[in-house]
Design a protein around this ligand. Structure first.
Ligand code: BG6
Length: 484
């Protein structure tokens, strides 16, 4: 691994994302020894004028929640917080960034690893509207200047734009300042344990290789549900809606991993080449394969306009036009304020031809990968009902992580992805052409929704969403299985 000083700058340090995700992920990496104190320094940067101490105080409760604050944890938190320095400045003027650069350079010369190279990681926990100016400031004021090597990298969060044109504009602006290997576009779903398992499951198991195609698979569902609404985020959410918030990025990335061909190798570029091919093979979305919903009460949020047309629920069927998937619907479904919190992939196989057991009524084989909560992989099978009669029943081959990997902590997505950015591994980050292809798929539909041509159907909070979505699922060929 590379050595030398490592400066991690969290821009937008007082915002929600930084407090809830970025700093806690850095803390966990620190606790596991991935951020050695003789190399690392962390800088928070934001407009608010506060002291180092105030930032540290604000972060404390996010790092050590009161319920499990053991003495050991508290000790680690205070050591970690000492690594953090705060710099305040604006996002579009050089003064603040010059000051930041001065602080970073000072830290670099102080660390015992000063002999080595200088590594500078800029994490933009900021709204995309300021990305171009912040990137320009970093480029002008804060680049790594060491003769001994090192790097400067920027990490950007979604939403990367609002449609194809704005995303491309953003990509072009950032692309003029940084090379693609310096840009890490985070989609935190790619950091989830079971999402990372998809390529292994598919390509390291002989049994799936011959089955994974249109001859055997009837339909694929990729589902995201949350049992809470847009609480506190209505203002942001209303400008984006569920398709931009979840489907165009998180669910589409999962679809790529489920549908892509085997990459030449595990090199990031080989994997991302295959993902782009899937995205480019997706056919235009058909109107009768879309159901939108909005939960009742969503507009009560004072930051949401009274006549908002923004969907908080959507089911969209994508069709991949290639030899493997022609005719297989990929049903992407996401919703807020539903009856449960769950993200899962359901691969449903076709009926058994010439079924002598008449077991169709019990349902089909289904391969389920539950991303969260309670990570699990299971296969629904038809087996003989134990007993004297020859009757059949649906059961499961079940790999529940909680039981199988007791005591193993599954890393948080952000933790893993930040470590990848330090290591320079772009496999689990979105490449520019992937981003473009994914916006291409949804932009026509999004524009029609924005113009009010597509209306969301109201649904009750705590329900399954609009019943029209279940009807669409059935029409697409999904058969509800009845397990034991
Ligand atoms: C974010 C969305 O990207 O993902 C949120 O903006 C959503 O609206 C969140 O709640 C869900 O992430 P997770 O990891 O809890 O499934």
């Amino acid at each position: 691994p590379e050595t030398g000083s490592l400066s991690i700058v969290v821009l937008g340090a007082s915002g929600d994302l930084a407090k809830k995700k970025t700093f806690p992920a850095l803390f966990h990496l620190y606790r596991q020894g991935f951020l050695p104190t003789d190399e690392v320094h962390i800088f928070g940067y934001a407009r608010t004028k506060i002291s180092d101490g105030e930032l540290r105080n604000r972060l404390h409760s996010y790092l050590a929640p009161a319920k499990d604050a053991s003495a050991e944890l508290l000790g680690d938190v205070s050591k970690f917080l000492q690594l953090i320095k705060y710099v305040s400045g604006s996002y579009d003027s050089e003064d603040g960034f010059r000051l930041l650069d001065k602080e970073i350079s000072e830290h670099e010369s102080l660390k015992s690893s000063a002999e080595g190279s200088s590594r500078r990681l800029f994490y933009l926990a900021l709204p995309p509207s300021v990305y171009p100016s912040v990137c320009k400031m970093i480029k002008t004021c804060c680049m790594n200047k060491s003769d001994l090597g090192g790097w400067t990298r920027v990490v950007v969060e979604k939403p990367f734009g609002k449609d194809l044109a704005s995303a491309e504009e953003l990509s072009t602006e950032i692309g003029m300042l940084f090379e693609e290997p310096q840009i890490y576009r985070i989609d935190h779903y790619l950091g989830k344990e079971l999402v990372q398992n998809l390529l292994v499951l598919r390509f390291a198991n002989r049994m799936f290789l011959p089955l994974w195609n249109r001859d055997n698979i009837d339909n694929v569902q990729i589902v995201f549900r949350e049992d809470f609404g847009t609480e506190g985020r209505g203002g942001y959410f209303d400008q984006y809606g569920i398709i931009r918030d979840i489907i165009q990025n998180h669910l589409l990335q999962v679809l790529c991993l489920v549908a892509m061909e085997k990459p030449v190798s595990l090199k990031p570029e080989h994997i991302r080449d295959e993902k782009v091919k899937v995205l480019e093979s997706v056919l235009p979305i058909s109107d009768d394969e879309v159901v939108l919903g909005q939960y009742e009460g969503y507009r009560d949020d004072p930051t949401v306009p009274d006549e908002s047309n923004t969907p908080t629920f959507a089911t969209v069927i994508l069709r991949i036009h290639n030899e493997r998937w022609e005719g297989v619907p990929f049903i992407l479904k996401a919703g807020k304020a539903l009856n449960s919190r769950k993200a899962e992939i359901r691969v449903q196989f076709k009926d058994v031809p010439g079924d002598i057991f008449k077991c169709k009524k019990q349902g089909r084989n289904e391969f389920v990968i539950r991303l969260q909560p309670l990570e699990a992989i299971y296969m629904k099978l038809t087996v003989k009902q134990p007993g004297l009669e020859m009757s059949t029943v649906q059961s499961e081959l079940d790999l529940s992580y909680g039981q199988r990997y007791q005591g193993v902590t599954i890393p948080e997505a952000y933790e893993r992805l930040i470590l990848d950015t330090i290591r320079g591994d772009q496999q689990h980050f979105v490449r520019r052409d992937e981003l473009k292809a994914s916006w291409q798929i949804f932009t026509p539909l999004l524009h029609r929704i924005d113009k009010g041509e597509f209306k969301p159907i109201p649904y009750k909070p705590g329900s399954r969403g609009p019943k029209e979505a279940d009807q669409l699922l059935e029409k697409a060929g999904y058969v509800q299985t009845h397990g034991y």
